[in-house]
Design a protein around this ligand. Structure first.
Ligand SMILES: Cc1cc2nc3c(=O)[nH]c(=O)nc-3n(C[C@H](O)[C@H](O)[C@H](O)COP(=O)(O)OP(=O)(O)OC[C@H]3O[C@@H](n4cnc5c(N)ncnc54)[C@H](O)[C@@H]3O)c2cc1C
Length: 370
């Protein structure tokens, strides 16, 4: 039901997205006494929700801790997905942050001096999936939010990067590696060769799956988690995991995946499979930027923004976190530890507080790690 009092209220800021960076910004706004509303299409931290149980961060705990709250991991090691989700809940509870979860923002428009956001209640399984609420099929009622400024901290992993081959939508094909147990005793073909694919291959081998990897490159990059890469290479050498390098999938059927060599036009080869994991990356949904009038630049269609303030070409619309990077093509450069600084930049722009240039610079990390 519509609440006219709610709809008329003009917030100083509306933050869209309650991943780590949206939450860190909310704490900063609260500390500064700035009125804001905070919405997320799923539960807080929903980008981390679908990782396989026990997946470890590449980044060390101190680098992904937010708002000055220490992140303690069980074994003084890299935090797991579960530890980090518990940590995010703890931060939200400690600061008493009010976050409207399962509320997907579908539209942004400027009306005079204020922005008007429209949202619908959204309870799809993956917050990343475009659900019937958005396509208008659910009949869910719309809510309206008004704000002088908006921060889009919506992340960059809204939907899988589709390979675009026949059979990609079959029920035994997935773009997400969620529950390893599901694959016990099954033949699984994994397409891809980055962290997610390597991690899935090792873990599936350990749950008794018969695993084959098809990867377009001749070998696995040095950027793969350094505690996984040697293990995978050993298992491939021992022929415990199959590896078909320099191949791309062309078709998926009930029986398996047909792959062909990347170059040279060689023959197709059928890799038998009960299940197929297409772990070929994710893309950003740029709809909200487009609705707000934000210019998208480069091959990854990143929202144009000022690097010192994070304000986009639309005055009053800011970006934070991985949302600022568009679809990260050719290597991930924006992640949690390089995004804390976005919060400082936005707060300085909103409050007018002068901050040393050095404090607003992106920290330099060769890899998202130790
Ligand atoms: C397996 C795996 C391992 C990773 N390991 C690391 C690591 O070691 N270190 C690291 O820094 N990063 C890692 N990442 C990436 C990490 O997930 C991101 O860096 C991090 O989530 C970015 O935080 P964020 O707050 O910018 O955005 P996100 O966490 O993506 O949060 C965005 C939020 O916005 C919400 N949202 C999106 N659209 C809307 C909308 N229309 N309306 C309302 N809400 C919306 C989403 O539901 C989501 O909760 C890993 C990713 C994967 C998949």
């Amino acid at each position: 039901m519509r609440d006219p009092a709610h709809e008329d209220k003009v917030h100083e800021v509306v933050v869209v997205g309650a991943g780590p960076i949206g939450i860190e910004l909310a704490v900063a706004l609260q500390r500064a006494g700035i009125d804001y509303a905070h919405l997320d299409a799923g539960a807080i931290g929903s980008t981390l929700e679908w990782w396989a149980p026990g997946t470890k961060f590449f980044s060390s705990p101190e680098r992904i801790a937010i708002a000055g709250v220490p992140l303690a991991s069980l074994e003084q090691e890299k935090a797991t997905r579960e530890e980090y989700l518990a940590y995010l809940r703890q931060v939200v509870q400690t600061f008493g942050l009010r976050i409207t979860q399962y509320e997907r923002v579908t539209d942004i428009k400027r009306e005079g001096e204020t922005f008007v956001l429209r949202s619908v209640r959204s309870r799809s399984r993956h917050a990343s999936e475009v659900p019937p609420e958005v396509t208008g099929d659910s009949g869910a009622p719309e809510r309206v939010w008004r704000a002088r400024r908006i921060v889009l901290a919506i992340g960059d992993m809204h939907r899988p990067h589709l390979v675009g081959i026949p059979g990609e939508d079959l029920p035994h094909v997935s773009h997400y590696f969620e529950e390893p147990h599901r694959y016990f005793g099954q033949r699984v073909v994994i397409i891809g060769g980055k962290n997610s694919a390597v991690e899935a291959a090792i873990r599936l081998h350990r749950v008794g799956a018969e695993v084959t990897i098809s990867y377009r490159q001749p070998e696995f990059s040095e950027r793969v988690k350094y505690w996984l890469r040697p293990e995978l290479l050993y298992l491939i050498k021992q022929k415990q995991i199959g590896f078909v390098p320099r191949t791309v999938p062309v078709r998926i059927t009930e029986e398996g995946v047909a792959v062909r060599p990347v170059e040279g036009g060689g023959d197709e080869r059928m890799l038998p499979a009960d299940f197929v994991l297409l772990l070929t990356g994710y893309e950003q949904d740029t709809t909200l930027f487009e609705r707000a009038g934000v210019e998208l630049i480069g091959p990854g269609r990143a929202p144009k923004h000022h690097p010192r303030t994070m304000e986009t070409n639309v005055p009053g619309v800011f970006v934070a976190g991985t949302a600022s990077a568009g679809t990260q093509i050719g290597g991930v450069k924006v992640f949690i530890e390089t995004s804390h600084v976005h919060v400082r930049r936005i707060m300085s722009a909103i409050t007018g507080e002068q901050v040393d240039d050095a404090a607003l610079e992106t920290p330099e990390f060769a890899l998202p790690e130790s």
